[in-house]
Structure formats: structure tokens, C-alpha cells
Ligand binder design. Structure first.
Ligand SMILES: Nc1ncnc2c1ncn2[C@@H]1O[C@H](COP(=O)(O)OP(=O)(O)OP(=O)(O)O)[C@@H](O)[C@H]1O
Ligand SMILES: [Mg+2]
Length: 423
């Protein structure tokens, strides 16, 4: 018998499972929690590396060092072969991901009781949109990383298929299900025939009618909320001033604002070159009072705090009409008020992109929505009412089942690990 893990390395959160007495279960990764934020903190004072909530807490406490989040977003980008400054060292992004996966492995092994070399890794349907070669390269990088973390036998499974395997545990008769997984980095869809009789079968090719996916997730919505409702307080969309007669008045370049609002790019602002760039913009800005806040937040390396608070406000907007983002650490008494109706208006494009992929999935499966019995939803971003409603509207009059929002994919990958490596 060879024990295997199922690893859901998520853009925002990760989960790991294994079969315990033949039954899939998730590992308690941080205290009693079965998921861990995909975050890593390099403490440059103590030369320690921290993970998950602990990493975030160290950063928030103002410890000297570097916080990295949303590392999965780097997999499908050209940054994967680049490095970042950590203290006096440069560390490859690839190796940072190795450390994180290695940590997941270690924590799982502490629960299992021995070393494990077999794994089924989840992957989004698309690491990279509309580029097969780049997409295959991204999986290649993840495989290399997974092996470097100590796994010898590595299989991949699409995240929505994993979610389907989790859902299949509870079905009592054969049906066609549309699986929707909208996470932090990607939205993934599958149409799968599930049935109690098919559970545990190795070859399910015939049952998977279609998969589609797109690089739209909660982190893109954080970016939108930040740019539209918070960054204007930092001078976003203001203009240059006229220093000499005849000077053209231009829009301030948006790059620094976008980086500040993009989880995996925040670290690129924490160096002298970026700081000089921002100071240069400040010099030319009409609204120096606002751009001064941009200079200050970058100087104080508070970008992740802001991104975290914007994300928390986005999550609050799933329940309320308005929320507030405190910016007291930038300026006494400063805060941004954000509204749900504006947020919903600003994420129309993302919502339409998701609905398009659902329709595409139905088209590729060659079935009309009336043939689908169940809509199974998982992933943190399905908590957004506008997004959830759009998914329901794409397959009207279908029964809806909500999975474990953060655990379904990890459970499904574990079930798959049991099938692929034997129980
Ligand atoms: N109640 C909520 N309302 C809105 N968004 C939420 C809520 N709860 C979580 N999220 C968002 O869900 C995302 C994380 O979801 P999840 O953990 O499913 O993603 P992931 O698996 O890490 O990412 P991916 O599968 O795309 O790699 C984050 O963007 C988070 O802000
Ligand atoms: Mg996920």
C-alpha cells in the first residue's frame, strides 16, 4: 500500500488530504484549520521562514522581512524564472513555491506519521488563457517544483474534476452535474456524469464531457475594488501639473497603482528604483497631497496590509451594501468607503467572462442547460451574490448544491489520489 496526498495549491488558500482507513480527510494544517493561506514570510531579522496565517501575522506585526502571497499567479507568468530580493539575497520565485509545497508536505507527513512520495496535484483548467504552449509550460514548472519539494510520483488533476469527485461522494443516482469552482486566481468549470456506481473507477474519460477555465478570480476582483474605490485617494486617475508654460497635462501613469493592488506584484514596489519612480510621479503630480500617500505606503511597505484590508472589504460586501477600509497607517483618520453597487458595476466584465465560460462548457459538452441536473458550486468567490446569481442564471431551473467552499477541491484530489495510487 502506498500512501498518497492530494494537494490543492490555491492562489489564496491551500489544502492537503490523505486517505485515513480508506476514507478521504483533510490535514489540519494550522492548528485545527484544514486550509492555510498560500502565504510565505521571510523574516530577515531572525532568518526564519513562516507560512500561512503565521506569515501574515509576522508581516502585520511589522517584522523586518518579505511577505509573498498569490504565488500560484506567478506560475503562468514570465516571472516564474525571475527572483526577488529577500534581505541581501535574491531568491527565485520557483524556489519560494518549492518551500511552500515542501511545508505542506511536511505538515501532512506529521499527521500521516511517515514520509509520503506520491501526490495528485490540482491544476486549474487554464494556467494561461488561450496559449496551449505557455499553459503546458506552467504545468511543467509546477511538476518540477513538486518534485523538488520531495515527491517522486506526481499526477495532475483538474481542480473542477476534483470538486466533481467530492460531490460524487453524496449522489444517490446518476446525473449530469455542472461543477463551478471560482477561487482566488481562476474560474474553472466541468460537466461531469456522476453516479454512485462510477465512484472509484480509474478511467473516467467518458464521464467528463467538457472542461473550461479562465484566469479570473477573487484577486482580480480585489484589484478592481482597489483601483476603483480606494486608489483614487492615493491620486490614481489624477493628472500631472504644468511646471513650465506649454507643458502638456497628462494622466499619471497607472503602473504603480496597479502593482500596489495586485497581490503577487506588491513586492516589486519595495525597492529603491520603484520608490524613486513614485517620488518622480509625486514631483509632477497636480495632486501632490494624494500622491504623497502613495509614496508613504510604499516607503512603509504596507502594500500587503492595504490589499488585505481591501479583500476584507470585498468579503464584507458579500453581506452588506457598504464597507470601510481604514487607512489610518497612511494618514490619521483616513478611510475609504466602498459600496456594493459600485463594486457590482465594476466587475461586470469579470462576471460576463465567467458566464461565457459556462456557456462554452455546455457547448463543448454538446448539452443544453436543461440536461444538467445539478449545479455544484465551490471556491471562495462563489460567495459573491452577483457571481453566484450569474452562474445560476446560466443554468436556470437546475438544483444547486453548495460544496465545502474551501475544502471540496482538496477532498476530491485526495479521492483521486486513492484511485490513482491505490487505497
Ligand atoms: N465571503 C466571501 N465573499 C467574497 N469573496 C470571498 C469570500 N470568501 C472568500 N472570498 C474570496 O475567495 C478567494 C479565495 O477562494 P479559494 O480559497 O477558493 O481560492 P483558491 O483555491 O486559493 O484559488 P484558485 O483555485 O483560483 O487557485 C479570495 O479571492 C477571497 O477573497
Ligand atoms: Mg481553488
Amino acid at each position: 500500500m502506498s500512501v498518497a496526498l492530494g494537494i490543492d495549491f490555491g492562489t489564496s488558500n491551500s489544502a492537503v488530504g490523505f486517505l485515513k482507513d480508506g476514507l478521504p480527510c483533510l490535514v489540519e494544517l494550522e492548528g485545527k484549520r484544514q486550509t492555510i493561506p498560500s502565504a510565505i514570510f521571510f523574516d530577515t531579522e531572525e532568518h526564519a521562514v513562516l507560512f500561512g496565517n503565521e506569515a501574515i501575522a509576522f508581516y502585520m506585526d511589522g517584522c523586518e522581512g518579505r511577505l509573498l502571497r498569490s504565488l500560484k499567479s506567478i506560475l503562468g507568468s514570465s516571472l516564474i524564472n525571475e527572483s526577488t530580493e529577500v534581505g541581501y539575497e535574491n531568491i527565485l520565485f520557483k524556489d519560494i513555491i518549492v518551500s511552500f509545497i515542501e511545508q505542506l508536505k511536511r505538515r501532512a507527513e506529521a499527521t500521516v506519521g511517515h514520509a509520503v512520495e506520491n501526490v495528485v496535484m490540482g491544476r486549474p483548467v487554464r494556467f494561461v488563457d488561450a496559449d496551449e504552449q505557455a499553459d503546458a509550460l506552467a504545468q511543467g514548472h509546477l511538476e518540477e517544483i513538486t518534485r523538488k519539494a520531495g515527491f517522486r510520483h506526481v499526477f495532475f488533476q483538474y481542480e473542477p474534476i476534483a470538486a466533481a469527485l467530492d460531490y460524487e461522494q453524496s449522489v444517490t443516482k446518476e446525473e449530469l452535474a455542472l461543477i463551478v469552482d471560482i477561487g482566488g486566481g481562476t474560474s474553472d468549470f466541468s460537466i461531469v456524469r456522476v453516479s454512485p456506481d462510477r465512484r472509484g473507477k480509474l478511467d473516467r474519460k467518458q464521464d467528463i464531457l467538457a472542461n473550461t477555465g479562465v484566469h479570473i478570480g477573487g484577486t482580480d476582483l480585489d484589484l478592481k475594488l482597489s483601483l476603483e474605490q480606494v486608489m483614487p485617494l492615493f491620486g490614481y486617475r489624477t493628472r500631472t501639473r504644468s511646471l513650465f508654460p506649454g507643458d502638456a497635462i497628462l494622466d499619471l501613469p497607472p503602473t504603480y497603482y496597479r502593482e500596489l493592488a495586485t497581490w503577487h506584484k506588491i513586492v516589486f514596489l519595495y525597492n529603491n528604483r520603484a520608490l524613486q519612480g513614485v517620488k518622480n510621479i509625486h514631483y509632477h503630480a497636480q495632486r501632490q497631497d494624494l500622491v504623497d500617500r502613495l509614496v508613504r505606503i510604499i516607503q512603509k511597505q504596507e502594500g500587503h496590509r492595504l490589499a488585505g484590508d481591501v479583500e476584507a472589504a470585498k468579503i464584507a460586501l458579500s453581506e452588506r451594501d457598504a464597507a470601510s477600509v481604514s487607512l489610518h497607517y497612511v494618514e490619521n483618520g483616513l478611510h475609504a468607503s466602498v459600496s456594493r453597487s459600485r463594486f457590482e458595476g465594476d466587475i461586470e466584465k469579470e462576471k460576463d467572462g465567467i458566464v461565457f465560460q459556462i456557456k462554452e462548457c455546455l457547448k463543448r459538452a454538446g448539452v443544453s442547460s436543461s440536461k444538467i441536473q445539478t449545479l455544484f458550486m465551490t471556491g471562495g468567490s462563489t460567495a459573491i451574490p452577483l457571481i453566484a446569481q450569474a452562474c445560476r442564471d446560466a443554468v436556470p431551473s437546475v438544483r444547486m448544491v453548495e460544496g465545502n467552499r474551501f475544502g471540496s477541491v482538496g477532498m476530491g484530489l485526495t479521492i483521486d489520489a486513492g484511485i490513482k495510487f491505490g487505497r
